[in-house]
Structure formats: C-alpha cells, structure tokens
Design a protein around this ligand. Structure first.
Ligand code: 3EB
Length: 348
C-alpha cells in the first residue's frame, strides 16, 4: 500500500497488519481496536498509539481493526491523558476517563443521581482535556469525534445518561469559547454493552473544516427539550479543509426532523437512514460544486443494537451501497431507545 496523500480508512484483520514491517507503520495515523475485552490484543509498533473501544465486532470479522493512513512522517506522544499521533496536517487523539473519579464522597452524595452527575463531570473534564491538548499541539480544529460510554440510555432521576453526557459536552464547548450552534465537528455517541470508562477519540486538523447539515433533519443543536435539556453539539458531516477534503459523515439514524421514524421496524429504519446519508452527501457535493462523493464509494461503520437484526440491516444497506463498499458492523446501543441502527461513513 503506497503512502496516502488522502486520508484512507480500512478494516484489515489483526493477523494481516501484524505481518507488516515497521515502514508500513510510518504512514499509520491511527488504529482503533474494537473488542469486548478490558484489554485488547497487543500490536507491534503501535504501543501507546492504538485506541481501544469496548464494542464487539459483528459479522465473522471479530479480529478486524480500523486503520487510518496518511503520508507521514508521523510523531506520537502523550499530553496529559490524551494519547496522540500526528502528521503535519492531521492529528488523531484519544483519551478515556472513568466516571468513578468524579463520584462525590458518600456523605456528600446527592440522593440517587450520583452516577449521572459523575458522568456529566467526567464528560466535561474529558472534553476540556481534549480541547486543551488539541490547542497545545497546534491542531485546534476537531473534525470528527467518537464517544462511547456504558449504559447510554440508562435512566437517572434527572433524565437519561446521554442527557448528562450532552450537558458535560456542551459545558466544555462553552468553556472553551467554541460554537454550540453550528461550525461543530462531526460525531458519533454510542453505548457500550460493557462497563468501562468514557472513551473519546478524535481526528483534528490544523485547518478549520466545513461543517454541513442535513435538510431532512433538524440540526442536533436545535433538538426540542424532550430530547434533553442540553443539546448535542455535533454537525451532520464535516469536510476536511483543502487539500484533503475527506468527508466525515456523523452517526446517522432514522430521524426525520427531530423525531425517530419507524420505531420497531429495523428494515424501515435502515432505509430511512440511507435516505439521510444520501441527503448529507448531496449537501457535501453541492458545497463543493462537484459530484465528488458517491454512496457506493464511502467506507461505512454500522452500529447494531440487536445482533439478531444484523442480516436485515446488511441486506437493506447492501442493496443501497452495492457490493464493493467496505462496512464494519459493531454491536452498540444507540442513544435513543427506539433506534435500532446507526450508520456513519467516510469519503475520500
Ligand atoms: C442523532 O442523529 C442520532 O451525540 O454526538 C448521532 C451522531 C447521534 C452523534 C452525538 C448522536 C451524536 O441524534 C444520535
């Protein structure tokens, strides 16, 4: 594989990348390992660089990893809790924070909601650390952020845990003088079926990206209060500034306007999600004034709430994207209980 001028994403098997020489690793910006274990299998050369997310891979590919490649040279290091690796153009950063660190001492604990308060504080701290590291390292513009936390739809006395995550995230955006209504990074936020820390990883740039919305969906920062008192802070997609122009499509679900469509019908949800993906692609192409991005040429990641739905989702998605597009299926909880599938994509 030649060094990539454009950022490339691939899902090779662990056994295959273990065969590569040290030279291959020079152009690796990031590796994300998905596995239900507490500690993922170790990789040569990637010590301290690979991010681990506690989501199981589905569909007979349980040793698949996510690899991002870009022309090097790369450097890597640690800034506070943030592990990073970067070229002169893009930076990959990852951190994890245990909610327990933010639990109030027993005697001062507010009744009942202590775990959720800890989640809000942990999220805010994670984002403050992340933004601090991005600024200090010279990559002040997050383009794409992934968030994974346990029990994302768990109920607390003041709403769902995802709402507390949103509270902490928005607080950090405001604290860092960032926009909370537009000009946001693309994102995904998923629930892990396993206990563990909040994990956040991100791709950031030296240049500001182009943030895009979806005409079929309300901007997430304008969701009505029934979806939580503090809005999620993400854009439907971001395009990396020139010369890269990699397109990052956020986690996309069966939401039309701000409402969940087709509760209980996984096939209809998948088709609605594909309509949303097409609409975001059209917005991206319109912005560039070209037909640069096509659904059939994107690389996808699919979050599946119930493993039993995998075949239905796969069939619907394949009929839309064609046989050659790469797809990684992960078992994860979506942030609204009625949503059964969420799909994100990258186009280069
Ligand atoms: C949605 O459209 C579905 O909170 O960062 C998708 C992508 C979703 C990102 C986030 C949430 C997030 O609202 C959920």
């Amino acid at each position: 594989m030649a060094a990539a001028a454009h950022l490339q994403i691939d899902y090779p098997r662990l056994a295959d990348i273990r065969q590569h020489s040290a030279a291959w690793w020079h152009d690796v910006l990031a590796i994300v390992q998905y596995s239900p274990e507490l500690r993922p299998p170790r990789l040569p050369w990637a010590e301290g660089t690979a991010a681990h997310v506690r989501l199981p891979v589905l569909a007979d590919l349980d040793d698949a990893v996510e690899v991002w490649r870009l022309a090097g040279p790369m450097s890597s290091g640690q800034h506070g809790r943030v592990h990073y690796r970067c070229s002169e153009r893009l930076l990959f950063a990852a951190l994890s924070i245990a909610e327990q660190e933010f639990a109030e001492p027993e005697c001062e604990r507010p009744q009942g909601d202590e775990r959720a308060s800890a989640l809000r504080s942990a999220t805010s701290a994670a984002y403050c650390e992340l933004f601090g590291a991005l600024g200090a390292l010279g990559f002040p513009h997050p383009i794409r952020i992934w968030n994974v936390l346990p029990e994302i739809t768990g109920q607390t006395p003041d709403g769902e845990r995802y709402w507390h995550f949103n509270g902490g995230r928005q607080e950090a955006f405001i604290g860092r003088q960032r926009h909370i209504d537009g000009n946001l990074p693309a994102a995904s936020a998923l629930g892990s079926p396993h206990p563990g820390p909040l994990t956040v990883h991100c791709i950031a740039s030296v240049r500001a990206p182009i943030a895009l919305e979806n005409p079929r969906q309300s901007p997430a920062w304008e969701y009505p209060p029934q979806y939580g008192p503090r809005s999620p802070t993400f854009a439907r997609a971001c395009i990396e500034g020139s010369p890269g122009q990699t397109l990052f499509v956020s986690g996309t679900a069966s939401i039309v306007g701000s409402h969940s469509a087709h509760p209980g019908d996984v096939r209809a949800q998948t088709r609605e999600t594909v309509r949303n993906l097409r609409a975001v692609l059209a917005a991206a192409n319109a912005h560039l004034g070209s037909e640069r991005y096509a659904l059939e040429q994107l690389t996808f990641k699919v979050y599946v709430r119930h493993s039993d739905d995998l075949a239905d989702i796969e069939q619907e998605l394949r009929s839309a994207i064609g046989p050659s597009a790469r797809v990684l299926y992960l078992r994860a909880d979506i942030c609204r209980r009625e949503l059964l599938v969420e799909i994100e994509a990258v186009g280069s």
